[in-house]
Design a binder for this molecule. Structure first.
Ligand code: AMP
Ligand code: MG
Length: 422
């Protein structure tokens, strides 16, 4: 048996070797279509932001260098600077000022903007200050946000909603990103039927493939659901052969255990290379991954998921998703949102395995405004309980060496992002 992190390192090595062989091609796409992709090159700032020194507020620009701007001083309004239409007249001085709007260029000779709310109009072209004004206020300096020439974002940066306006501020309409990864996935099992099919005795509806699609949907992945393949060596081998030619990664669900009809591992082994491990992990102890194809063709990676619904989900989300993220260009250390929560129930843990338990996380805000997090794990954690998974809003991670846990103990929790972002 190997540890979860040992298995992760082996999978990472396999992915690195595949990238060395195949390469991560780059392609250009419009910024508006780039969300979720990873930059394939550094991006340098071509523009200062702000591009010129501009006003932060609606008000009046004046030059205070030669005199005080104290309450009750009167200024004559001698011109206007609007966003997109700078003032182009002669420099103003003394008790003259310029009407100015937010984002409008502040002329070189002006050093302060007085906000409109601190003035009173006393005549058509005259304003009076309502309070003393400090020099230099309400001005956004050239380049104070972004300096021309600086590296804005590095290769491998994910394009997220919070970085697109910085890119757009540079006049960038297209970005070079790593290409989409092509992923094909199929389920194996004679008992599995598709929605709409009639069920005979012993049949069940196939339910892992839609979960695979749902989990990988946010990544830059072009995926194909290859459906259900019978528990037949010939059918599985045929599916793998076809898939190896059309996809970068082939994911299977089921048929990787020790049952008499679990043919997936044999088939992968016969047409490539398979690493198969007992991993100290619950759910999902048997994990396998490998390469389909030989030197004569570009190989595809193979990821094998267990058949039970929760095992399949946990194995994909916790083990294979980081690898998929790596393959599409993700290189930052995984920024998983985790927190420590106070356990509201006891947990009997005797296994020496890393456990991912489903639970419900909630917060309590004290009268002093402090937030504390509390979690309840479900008493039933079997690997087929997909409705338990549906009722959970987080995964509780119990380390290999953790024993039984008591009410009030602190445990590590990973919230499901889809339960907490809306
Ligand atoms: P296996 O790993 O193929 O031995 O499957 C383990 C258990 O998971 C069996 O009870 C299967 O019926 C069930 N199972 C396997 N694949 C799926 C699937 N795609 N959808 C729903 N249940 C499945
Ligand atoms: Mg099966």
């Amino acid at each position: 048996m190997i540890s979860f992190s040992q298995a992760q390192s082996k999978l990472r090595e396999l992915c690195e070797a595949w990238i060395t062989e195949v390469g991560l091609a780059s392609e250009s796409r419009s910024l508006s279509r780039g969300l979720g992709f990873y930059l394939s090159e550094d991006i340098c700032a071509a523009q200062n932001v702000p591009r010129q020194t501009v006003s932060a507020m609606d008000g009046y620009a004046l030059c205070m260098a030669g005199g005080d701007a104290i309450a009750h001083s009167e200024f004559q309004v001698c011109g206007e600077s609007r966003a997109g239409k700078p003032y182009s007249g002669a420099p103003l001085s003394g008790n003259q000022c310029l009407r100015i709007m937010t984002g409008a260029v502040v002329p070189d000779w002006a050093d302060t903007v007085v906000i409109q709310e601190n003035t009173q109009k006393v005549a058509d072209n005259k304003v009076v200050l309502l309070q003393d004004i400090a020099v230099g206020k309400n001005i956004r300096r050239l380049g104070e946000d972004i300096r021309r020439g600086q590296i804005l974002f590095k290769q491998y940066q994910p394009i997220t909603p919070s970085i697109v306006s910085a890119l757009a501020s540079q006049g960038i309409g297209t970005v070079n990103t790593f290409r989409k990864l092509k992923v094909g996935f199929f389920a194996t099992g004679d008992e599995l039927k598709a929605a709409g099919d009639c069920l005979s005795s012993g049949d069940i509806y196939e339910s892992n493939l839609s979960a695979i699609a749902a989990l990988i949907d946010g990544l830059p992945i072009e995926y194909s659901n290859l459906g259900v393949i019978k528990d037949s060596k010939a059918d599985i081998a045929h599916c793998l052969q076809q898939a190896a030619q059309n996809f970068d990664v082939v994911i299977s669900s089921g048929g990787v255990s020790v049952g008499d009809y679990d043919y997936v591992k044999d088939c992968v082994e016969s047409m490539g290379k398979l690493d198969s491990y007992k991993v100290a992990l619950k759910p999902g102890k048997p994990l396998c991954f490998g390469v389909l194809g030989d030197k004569s063709q570009t190989s595809a990676l193979f990821f094998g998921l267990p058949g039970n619904g929760v095992s399949s989900f946990v194995t994909l989300s916790e083990f294979f998703m980081p690898a998929l993220r790596f393959l599409v260009g993700g290189r930052q250390s995984p920024q998983k949102l985790q927190l420590m929560a106070i356990l509201k129930n006891t947990i009997h843990k005797s296994s020496q395995r890393l456990e991912f338990q489903r639970g419900v996380l909630s917060s309590i805000v004290s009268s002093a405004g402090d937030i504390s997090w509390h979690v309840t794990t479900f008493s039933e954690q079997d690997s087929h309980l997909v409705y338990g998974l549906a009722q959970a809003n987080c995964m509780v991670t119990l380390s290999e060496d953790s024993g039984a846990l008591q009410v009030g103990d602190r445990v590590k929790v990973t919230p499901f992002s889809w339960c907490f972002n809306g």
